[in-house]
Ligand binder design. Structure first.
Ligand code: PLP
Length: 385
């Protein structure tokens, strides 16, 4: 049972407590609050000084894509034929930026056929592949560059992005061939420090000077933080303002149009992952019905989600004093453990539900069926609390 789209019953639960009382779910449930998703999208649309596109890979559920379109999102960052086709189907009027810098020739042909007009490259060989297959008319190619990592929870730069010198060369070639020259970067994910964007933007201006080319657009990537740590809300406005100021300072009157492609920053906080305690082994280790092979895959890389709530099967909140616990997932692999220890109420019991708030990004998509677990459902709620 998923979130049905125009077919069958459309149950919207009041909150996780209600669905726990009624359904007593034995398997993990991801819940989505569409009004919260819409509100977050609007914060980006109103605050970011340019075009807001959604990075589909973070959570491609059709309910999300449709909600974002209705909120006014007009573009999507797509990285595969599947994502291109998904957006073509669900958001046919939206822009699609094919920002995976490496593609097979058959993937390029698929994207040309689908009408993709915005590409990204970080190497001479990939640029040649695009030159050979992609019509030049009204077509943008963006050169992707990287810097040493600053402020990101996870390093994306180790896989993609050219040096500033090579990027200047690529930009010159792109413009010389008559394509629309643009630049892009991706500072990493869950970047709480605006400085991550500032140094990239200054380098982008430097690359344009080296190349002697005016970039049409500068895509500042994703990396916008979600709310992962209790009591510490990320300050998106501060990041938007820093991006605006850095662009004005670095480019002056010659500024490119800005684009961003947040994934996590848009989708994570509109979700909560409802898991159940299978056992409290000899009163110490807590075993959940979900773990690092399921909806909590990225925790070992980027740290615990500590916005937790524990509810009884009656949907009542446990209020015991916090006690640090080792939490294991359901599989037989000893890697299937949340990092370090996690504070749970002292009165936690087998059969209780542990709710991870802000778990909507890189969770449903990375859920595996390892050991036969991972049968996650996706439900709609009026509120995640
Ligand atoms: C993954 C990715 C994004 C989205 O990253 P978030 O941290 O989820 O915002 C944006 N752009 C590129 C190129 C990506 O690879």
């Amino acid at each position: 049972m998923g979130l049905t789209e125009g077919r069958g019953p459309k149950t919207v639960w009041k909150n996780p407590a209600e669905l726990i009382r009624v359904l007593a779910p034995e398997n993990p449930v991801m819940v989505l609050d569409r009004s919260r998703l819409r509100a977050t999208a609007q914060r980006f649309l109103q605050g970011f000084p340019g075009l807001v596109t959604y990075a589909v890979k973070s959570n491609p559920h059709p309910a999300i894509i449709r909600t974002l379109v209705s909120a006014g999102v007009q573009g999507f960052d797509v990285a595969s034929p599947f994502e291109i086709d998904l957006i073509s189907r669900l958001a046919p009027k939206a822009a699609r930026h094919y920002h995976n810098p490496v593609r097979s020739r058959s993937e390029i042909a698929h994207a040309v056929e689908a009408g993709i007009k915005s590409w990204s490259v970080d190497s001479r060989s990939e640029l040649q592949k695009i030159f050979e297959r992609v019509p030049v008319e009204n077509c943008e190619i963006s050169a992707r560059f990287k810097l040493p990592v600053l402020g990101a929870a996870y390093d994306f730069g180790s896989k993609f992005g050219a040096s500033p010198e090579l990027t200047a060369e690529l930009l010159r070639e792109i413009a010389g061939r008559g394509y629309i020259p643009s630049l892009n970067f991706h500072p990493g994910t869950q970047c709480v420090d605006p400085h991550a964007w500032e140094s990239y933007i200054a380098t982008a201006a430097e690359i344009c000077r080296m190349a002697g080319v005016k970039a049409r657009r500068l895509n500042v990537g994703g990396g916008f933080p979600s709310h992962r740590i209790g009591g510490i809300e990320p300050d998106l406005t501060k990041i938007f303002d820093a991006i605006e100021t850095a662009t004005a300072t670095a480019f002056g009157a010659d500024r490119p149009e800005l684009v961003c492609e947040p994934g996590r920053g848009i989708c994570a906080d509109a979700h909560a992952l409802v898991t159940r305690i299978k056992a409290v082994r000899d009163d110490t280790h807590v075993f959940l019905n979900d773990g690092v092979y399921g909806g909590l895959t990225e925790l070992p890389q980027i740290g615990n989600l500590d916005r937790l709530q524990v509810l009884t099967p009656e949907g009542v909140r446990r209020g015991g004093a916090p006690v640090p616990r080792v939490i294991f997932g359901p599989t037989c692999d000893s890697l299937d453990r949340l990092p370090g220890e996690v504070n749970l109420p002292a009165d936690v019991q087998e059969g209780d539900y542990v709710i991870f708030h802000g778990a909507g990004a890189y969770s449903t998509v990375t859920n595996t069926r390892f050991n036969g677990f991972g049968q996650m459902t996706y439900l709609s709620v009026q509120s995640v609390f």
